[in-house]
Write a protein that binds this ligand. Structure first.
Ligand SMILES: *Cc1c(COP(=O)(O)O)cnc(C)c1O
Length: 467
């Protein structure tokens, strides 16, 4: 008897239905709610079915409409977190990737996919002004950061001949993303292994404070191993002073890792803001954020593949592979945390071929301009107060209340306000902590967002405040 039966014709009929649903979803995006009107209990009731012992056949797909209805649509008025918009040509590539079911471990198991991934990684490196860097796609910025710091640790604090792994210190600004202390914890450095460096008035790392901290640690007998510069902090979009940090790193023999998960791809549009990034040893970026790719599509870039192999290869037998063809012997697993890997590269490859990099550059420019428009709209309302400069596309602000509240009271007022804004469903904002204060935060990394979508932010916040 045929197992898991499905003919090619049946597949085509199912695929047509899925494509119809997807196209209908896309057509409805301009007017969709920013977040579905549902509760935890409702969502559970919608899906909490028993394990289906007997297959439903094509009827199984009927539930997809419910999946869509209870999902956050990738629409133009979702401004929460750092959430890209899911470019649909890339999504079609993703469908084919799953049907092809390549395991992108090494050229010998997936020749086209490995080659395309290496091409896409080269494109991404060139896009951010770092030609010559190599690397691999990852599940996201968090795993890219973990891999970058694993390489740093192996390069700068390897185990001694007795197998004793010394501790080490990683430096990052107080605005660093949580994935960095988590990576340090996983690498055995502990949360305490991350030295938090204060920021200046624009939320950029204070480089003089960095240098003092390194000198103090050296004097105390600790071992500085890496500095993490953030190119686009997740709260306010600040870009640390990359070249001065690289100079400190060079003076003290530190590995320099750039966390560009949110911001690095904006170098396509404003390369001058990222001057010095190419001096890094490793760089994380997220094509599923500001290159609008469907999740997931992170990337780690590095200058020296030998450092990646030192951290991740356990075959240890490089000489034999040198006898083989250099293309055919290539294996991502020798340079990555991952072994089985999906064909992520088909998304940016297809989507960049379809639209061209110029369209992406212009779209990122539009996001940057829309963020300035939103900042100006906030500044123009006496009820609102901006809490940080807008260097990329994140805008942090709050309601001033009646002018008599304390900061703690304003925190509560703005928390309530955020819940009301989200419940109204017309725009979705998230929150950030800016110098200890609760901020409403809008982040623009969506190629569907227009001026009128952005203008709805202030209108909605004022309306939800009862004003
Ligand atoms: C999003 C983000 C991360 C984490 O990336 P994931 O893809 O969510 O794992 C790390 N750093 C910064 C600055 C980010 O914005």
């Amino acid at each position: 008897m045929e197992r898991l039966p499905l003919t090619a014709e049946e597949f085509r009929a199912l695929a047509d239905r899925v494509v119809d649903l997807a196209a209908g979803l896309l057509a409805g995006l301009p007017t969709a709610r920013a977040f579905p009107e549902t509760s935890g209990a409702e969502t559970q009731a919608a899906f909490d079915a028993p394990f289906p012992e007997d297959g439903l056949g094509p009827v199984a797909l009927d539930a997809l409409a419910r999946v869509i209805a209870l999902s956050r649509p990738p629409g133009p008025r979702f401004f929460g977190y750092v959430l890209g918009s899911g470019e649909p040509v890339a999504a079609l590539g993703d469908l084919l990737a799953s049907v092809l079911n390549q395991n992108v471990t090494a050229w010998r198991s997936s020749p086209a996919a490995v080659t395309i991934e290496r091409v896409v990684v080269r494109w991404l490196a060139e896009a951010i002004g770092c030609p010559g860097f190599v690397g691999s796609l990852t599940g996201g910025g968090s795993s890219a950061n973990l891999m970058g710091l694993a390489m740093a640790r192996e390069a700068r604090a390897p185990a001694n001949t007795d197998g004793v792994v010394p501790g080490g210190v990683v430096y990052a600004s107080s605005e660093v993303h949580m994935s960095i202390p988590r990576a340090a914890a996983l690498l055995g450095l502990g949360h305490a292994g991350v030295r938090s460096i204060r920021v200046d008035g624009s939320f950029r790392m204070d480089v003089a404070a960095l240098e003092r901290a390194v000198e103090e640690d050296v004097a105390a007998g600790r071992r500085p191993i890496a500095v993490v510069a953030t190119a686009g902090t997740v709260s306010t979009g600040a870009i640390d002073p990359l070249r001065p940090i690289a100079e400190v790193a060079a003076r003290h023999g530190l590995w320099m890792h750039v966390d560009g998960a949110y911001g690095a791809l904006a170098a396509l549009a404003i390369p001058e803001a990222f001057e010095g990034m190419a001096l890094a040893d490793s760089i994380s970026l997220d094509a599923h954020k500001w290159l609008y790719q469907p999740l997931d599509c992170g990337c780690l870039l590095y200058r020296d593949p030998g450092a990646a192999r030192a951290a991740f290869s356990h075959t240890g037998d490089y000489t034999r592979s040198l006898l083989e063809d250099p293309v055919e012997r290539f294996a991502f697993f020798e340079e990555s945390l991952e072994l089985s890997r999906r064909f992520r590269a088909i998304k940016p490859w297809l989507s960049l071929r379809y639209h061209g990099v110029r369209a992406y550059r212009e779209s990122i420019r539009t996001d940057l301009a829309l963020a300035q428009r939103l900042a100006a709209a906030v500044d123009a309302r006496p009820e609102l107060e901006r809490l940080a400069p807008v260097s990329l596309s994140a805008v942090c602000f709050r309601h001033r209340g009646d002018g008599r509240q304390t900061d703690a009271e304003l925190d509560r007022l703005n928390q309530d306000l955020l819940l009301r804004v989200v419940r109204r469903g017309r725009v979705y904002l998230s929150n950030a902590t800016v110098r200890g204060r609760f901020a409403l935060r809008a982040c623009l990394v969506n190629h569907r967002t227009t001026e009128s979508d952005v203008d709805a932010v202030v209108t909605e916040v004022i309306a939800a405040s009862g004003g």
